[in-house]
Design a protein around this ligand. Structure first.
Ligand code: PAF
Length: 287
């Protein structure tokens, strides 16, 4: 169990600083947990940190807004950044080290390696945000090499990302145990997300309908209704609830995210992405 820290955890900004601290821990026989984040932390992130604290002796959390996973038209420039507040929140959750590298530290001039996971990275988010999972896989592979954790904790809110990371770890023989943590939700069931900060009060009301629509659709699919019809009805329901557009509602096999032919015949997940104003929300749940 990690010691609970009472003030902001020390921060490492370079790979050398990070490795110096972690090798000190390793010399003392501590296990290392890791939570990668892009900052703007909320209770969802802190539940990941607490899970890592329960499972390992010392926890590192990275705060790095990863340019490689944003397309040119996306919100890299405006993505919320609040490193000092993040440091305090991490300390409160028991994190022993915040790792906040600069972009030049992560991607020095001349860096050209790409990581293409294929499989679970294809379709869904991969279809609407083609650069996303290669950028995630690249930075997660680098972070795993930099931190070399025993356990790495990811949120189930980004279910497809979790499956991509599991495949990356399996295919590249990375010696880390990947742990998924159920999605943290507000009192109305809205999945916590740093991007919820973009929502106006009216948009928030609409956003809070997303999980109910998915739960109802998931129940219909579980009862044996044809997947295509359930997905189409759920997309209509989201538009009726006030979403401006729906990128997808998809019922897929839980692990490899492959599609069903007609009805659900093995463990399944319902996943969706929809837009309100300039905000794009994703959510998913077990069927
Ligand atoms: O889920 C996120 O916040 C990011 O995709 C991650 C895993 C930190 C990689 O940048």
């Amino acid at each position: 169990m990690a010691d609970l820290e009472t003030s902001a955890p020390p921060a490492a900004h370079t790979i050398a600083e990070l490795r110096e601290t972690i090798s000190g821990w390793r010399r003392q026989g501590f296990s290392v947990g890791f939570v990668p984040t892009m900052g703007a932390l909320h209770d969802g992130h802190l539940s990941l940190v607490r899970t890592a604290v329960e499972q390992t002796d010392k926890v590192v959390a990275s705060v790095f807004v990863n340019p490689a996973q944003f397309a040119a038209h996306e919100d890299l420039g405006t993505y919320p950044r609040q490193e000092a507040r993040d440091a305090e929140l991490l300390a409160g959750a028991g994190c022993a080290l915040m790792y906040a590298p600069a972009v030049e530290e992560m991607y020095p001039a001349g860096a050209s390696t790409r990581v293409d996971v294929g499989g679970p990275a294809e379709g869904l988010e991969g279809a609407f945000r083609p650069q996303m999972f290669s950028g995630v896989a690249l930075v997660v592979a680098k972070l795993f090499n930099q931190v070399q954790p025993d356990v790495a904790v990811f949120g189930e809110k980004d279910w497809q990302q979790l499956m991509v990371v599991r495949r990356l770890v399996r295919d590249l023989d990375i010696p880390v145990e990947v742990v998924g943590v159920p999605t943290a939700r507000d009192g109305h069931g809205l999945a916590l997300s740093s991007r919820n900060a973009y929502l106006s009060a009216g948009e928030l009301e609409t956003a809070r309908r997303l999980n109910g629509v998915l739960a109802e659709a998931g129940a219909r699919a579980a009862a044996g209704e044809p997947v295509d019809a359930v997905e189409a009805d759920a997309a209509d329901a989201l538009l009726g609830a006030g979403f401006d557009s729906v990128d997808y509602v998809a019922i897929r096999r839980t692990d490899d995210l492959s599609a069903f032919e007609r009805t659900v015949d093995s463990p399944a997940r319902i996943l969706a992405a929809a837009r309100i104003g300039r905000t794009r929300l994703i959510d998913n749940m077990a069927v």
